[in-house]
Ligand binder design. Structure first.
Ligand code: ADP
Ligand code: MG
Length: 330
């Protein structure tokens, strides 16, 4: 679904390549952490997948397409298959929650009927039902990131890329966002998340690809952030679905916190309670269908009532909606 073959990326005017000889393949439905210190090349990887950058050598294949073979004018159509979430949310500040999520669909020419069905569904999924009319500044950081996630998934992309999505959030909120991404993945969406937050990576025990100075130094199926010898061993391979993922996360959280509590007994009870409530909060139905919904061809889309130049989104999504679409091929 995503394949890097001997990918090297050199930015103009830099001595050392940002990525060198990187090889990996991500299968449909995987949840993959991309880890490594700041400057190790995580964002560069994600930018290559989005074709915001092109490799200096090597090949990047996404959804069966060699990205080099996609003409520049077709790139926006390709990108409709890939949702992205960033550390700084990147919401349109003067638009409501609903409008922020609807924007993606308006730009690609979805019908009004489809928008009014898909946007509330996406907001419901991320737990923001009832906040449609708020402006971004009227939301907490965690809520703003939920809006960004709703926007990333409203078009039912096959892949979601998240670049340090919890980087601006406090630890509790970060856990919620992490669990939301896990839930989206449990619905079948491939998720690739760049992070340098060791705790989540250790807890989740998902695949970990580690970069160091642009080189892939580790690719583990059920990895931790760094030295994993101390991480409790459960059997993640047997775990399937959102509820199981949540349960595993909660179990690992309790284990981690009880280990911490040995060091600081005062917090023991409190942390156990918190973990239990997280587990409970996860008793939600997994992401519904991930099969792309066909949009009704009638009911012409309303023109976007937004400044499309804002945040460069127009470029990312493409505006000449009459053109043919690049669909997933694998
Ligand atoms: P990470 O996301 O892991 O922090 P990046 O992919 O952002 O790493 O950066 C990897 C390396 O490439 C760093 O040395 C960074 O300075 C360099 N780099 C990233 N983007 C650019 C750019 N647009 N121009 C020049 N150098 C860049
Ligand atoms: Mg980065």
């Amino acid at each position: 679904m995503i394949r890097f073959e001997n990918v090297t990326k050199r930015y103009r005017g830099t001595k050392r390549p940002a990525l060198s000889g990187v090889d990996f393949e991500v299968q449909r439905g995987e949840f993959v952490f991309l880890v490594g210190a700041s400057g190790s090349g995580k964002s560069s990887c994600l930018q290559l997948i989005l074709r915001e950058e092109t490799p200096s050598s090597g090949r990047v294949t996404v959804l069966g397409r060699d990205l080099k073979s996609i003409a520049n004018r077709k790139v926006p159509y390709f990108r409709r298959n890939v949702g992205s979430v960033f550390q700084d949310f990147r919401l349109l500040p003067s638009k409501t929650v609903f409008q922020n999520v609807a924007f993606t669909l308006q730009v690609i020419g979805s019908s009004r009927g489809f928008i009014h069905q898909a946007v509330p569904e996406a907001l419901e999924l991320v737990g923001l039902a009832g906040k449609e009319k708020r402006l971004p500044h009227e939301l907490s950081g965690g809520e703003q990131q939920r809006v960004a996630i709703a926007r990333a998934i409203v078009n039912r992309p096959a892949i979601v890329l998240a670049d340090e999505p919890t980087g601006n959030l406090d630890p509790g909120t970060s856990v919620d966002i992490m669990q939301l991404l896990a839930r989206i993945n449990a619905g079948g969406t491939t998720v690739l998340m760049a992070t340098h937050e060791a705790a989540f990576v250790n807890q989740m025990q998902r695949r970990v690809i580690e970069l160091r100075d642009g080189e892939l130094v580790r690719d583990e199926v059920h990895g931790g952030y760094g030295d994993t010898s101390h991480v409790p061993t459960l059997e993640p391979a047997a775990v399937k679905g959102a509820a199981a993922t949540a349960a595993l996360t909660a179990v690992l959280e309790v284990q981690r916190q009880s280990a911490e509590a040995i060091a600081d007994p005062a917090t023991a009870e409190e942390t156990a309670k918190a973990a239990a409530s997280h587990a409970k909060a996860q008793e939600v139905p997994p992401v519904a269908e991930t099969t792309p919904t066909t949009q009704e061809p009638d009911a012409p889309a309303s023109a976007p009532e937004v400044d499309v130049a804002e945040l460069g989104l127009a470029d990312r999504l493409g505006l000449d909606a009459g053109d043919e679409e690049v669909g997933p091929t694998s």
